[in-house]
Design a protein. Structure first.
Length: 124
């Protein structure tokens, strides 16, 4: 299963199960965000028998079609794609956080400058 990381990471929490031998389902730790889903769909790595675009999501479940012989390969690839999506989401959150920090610092600097100007001219 994928390695744990930040609390917002999505993890696979079940082994694959099937009801008909053709369609398989794995449970995730939570429903993925749009960004996570987008990153999962384009991991930069696909395989002969496994392709993330062939996976459907149903809330916190991931469903794919595969003959029994390829299920292990699918799960290995799904676990890789989960790691990629989590890493990219974490990077996106970090970038957004850095941009917000820069905005906050600029706003704080502007507020400090306004206070200084008001203080300088308070006796005029």
């Amino acid at each position: 299963m994928p390695r744990p990381g930040a609390s917002a990471d999505i993890l696979r929490t079940s082994a694959p199960i099937t009801k008909n031998g053709d369609e398989w389902e794995v449970t995730l730790s939570g429903p993925p965000s749009r960004d996570w889903w987008r990153f999962f769909q384009k991991p930069g790595e696909t395989a002969m028998f496994a392709d993330p675009s062939r996976i459907n999501f149903n809330g916190s479940a991931m469903v794919f079609r595969s003959p029994e012989d390829h299920v292990r390969h699918w799960i290995e690839m799904i676990d890789r794609w989960i790691v990629v999506a989590n890493d990219r989401c974490r990077q996106l959150r970090d970038e957004k956080g850095q941009r917000q920090l820069e905005v906050d610092q600029a706003t704080g600097a502007q507020q400090d400058r306004i206070r200084e100007m008001n203080e300088r001219f308070k006796d005029v």
